[in-house]
Design a protein around this ligand. Structure first.
Ligand code: FAD
Length: 397
């Protein structure tokens, strides 16, 4: 027997209500286009998942200029540079001096809350906590999204186009036939051990710390809460790490370059594996992919969230064209336009990762060669400018 579904119609059905899905839904609404976005997680669960923290200038402008957030400037912290620490000292990359741009420390949890609030304020149709999600009829004129809502009611929504914004374990991505997709993949032999600590900031800007013991990133959240990471084995068990052991390891890594961290209670510990992944093209029939569903980067360089927002800015434009012409050609245009930035970001994230992390079998030569690369970079206006330009974000299209 077939399950019974409540039938309805929308213009764009969006799988995933993370930053990519919600931002797209918001931009479409501003263009007078209806959408429905669904997410398997409850709003509270997404809001409490700590992830990205650094926004490019273009991401900040997108949130502010489209009326999503007026607090990103007020509650966030502007960073005009980063510190690269290696070889016994720190070397500042001055974003403002080099490229006249900045980044904003503003956690993804707040980006998500602002987007979810904006959708609710504007009467957007977003359903959290759904189950049994599936998509179908992708190569027909009326693709379908099916799911069971949080009250147990089955829904079947026909749409003009479907968007897979369902993150790095995307269900939608798998719907593209194997002979129509190319998948590019790289795994790394290390991960990040991430902690949230109740302590005052140890530095005004992020410190990317290279050391023979492995990489560490000193980041911030607020005046009383800090985010820090250190390179670890992907199989590391967080329970093997007491607070004392974590602080000793972090202090040893940054101490090699003359820094000292303010310590405090550690309230969260996670191991974050590293992957580089791209699926091309980012469309199939009337399905299109955006954000982590189509690509992931290692977190060094802070590109993941920013790429997701950059994708949907272009996608909203191309979906408007596709709807106006009732034609799928703009979906291919979206894929080509977005992939240009995605591969630049893939390179940047890979480069930052391999320059700063120590391979498990690294020799003394390997570590000294990395230090040589870091000296070459920080002593060169051209090298530092490339880093500053990529980190703060290439111009939007
Ligand atoms: C620990 C960590 C640190 C990071 N640090 C940074 C950083 O500093 N800077 C940066 O730019 N990026 C960072 N990233 C990456 C960034 O968080 C992601 O790139 C970003 O969340 C991508 O947004 P998205 O909307 O594409 O995907 P997601 O945020 O993953 O959202 C996808 C949504 O889809 C939902 N979903 C999944 N499957 C289904 C389904 N079948 N049906 C319906 N819904 C579904 C999920 O519940 C989720 O809410 C980090 C990531 C992690 C994990």
């Amino acid at each position: 027997m077939f399950p019974s579904y409540t039938q309805s119609r929308t213009q764009i059905a969006i799988v995933g209500a993370g930053p990519a899905g919600l931002m797209l839904s918001h931009l479409l609404a501003q263009a007078g286009i209806d959408s429905v976005a669904v997410d398997v997680r409850a709003r509270r669960e997404i809001e409490e998942t700590h992830r990205a923290g650094i926004l490019e200038q273009g991401s900040v402008d997108l949130l502010v200029d489209t009326g999503v957030s007026d607090r990103v400037h007020r509650d966030g912290y502007r960073h005009d540079g980063i510190e690269l620490a290696f070889g016994g000292g720190g070397h500042r990359i001055d974003f403002q001096g080099l490229v006249g741009a900045s980044t904003q420390l503003y956690p993804q949890t707040d980006v998500f809350a602002d987007l979810a609030d904006a959708r609710r304020r504007d009467g957007g149709d977003v359903r959290f906590g759904v189950t049994d999600v599936s998509v179908g009829d992708l190569t027909t004129d009326v693709p379908v999204l099916r799911f069971t809502d949080a009250d147990g009611i089955g829904h079947q929504i026909r749409a003009d186009f479907l968007v897979g914004a369902d993150g790095s374990r995307s269900l939608c991505r798998q719907q593209v036939p194997a002979d129509e997709r190319r998948q590019y993949f790289r795994e790394y032999p290390f991960a990040w051990f991430g902690v949230l600590a109740e302590a005052p900031p140890s530095a005004p800007e992020l410190i990317y710390n290279h050391s023979p013991r492995g990489f560490a990133l000193i980041s911030q959240r607020t005046e009383t809460l800090q985010r820090m990471y250190f390179q670890c084995d992907p199989a590391e068990n967080v329970d093997d790490w007491s607070e004392d052991r974590i602080w000793a390891e972090l202090q040893a890594r940054v101490g090699a370059n003359g820094y000292h961290l303010n310590e405090g209670p550690i309230i969260a510990k996670t191991v974050l594996p590293f992957r580089s992944f791209v699926q091309e093209p980012m469309h199939h029939g009337r399905l299109v992919l955006a954000g982590d569903a189509a690509h992931t980067v290692p977190p060094t360089g802070a590109k993941g969230l920013n790429l997701a927002l950059a994708d949907v800015r272009v996608l909203a434009e191309e979906l408007q064209r596709a709807l106006a012409a009732d034609d799928i050609t703009p979906l291919a245009t979206y894929s080509e336009r977005a992939l240009d930035r995605i591969w630049k970001a893939q390179h940047f994230s890979y480069w930052m990762t391999t320059m700063l992390h120590t391979l498990p079998d690294a020799t003394a030569f390997d570590v000294r060669r990395q230090e040589g690369e870091l000296v070459a970079l920080t002593s060169s206006i051209a090298g530092s400018t490339y880093l500053a330009e990529a980190y703060t974000g290439w111009p939007q299209w």
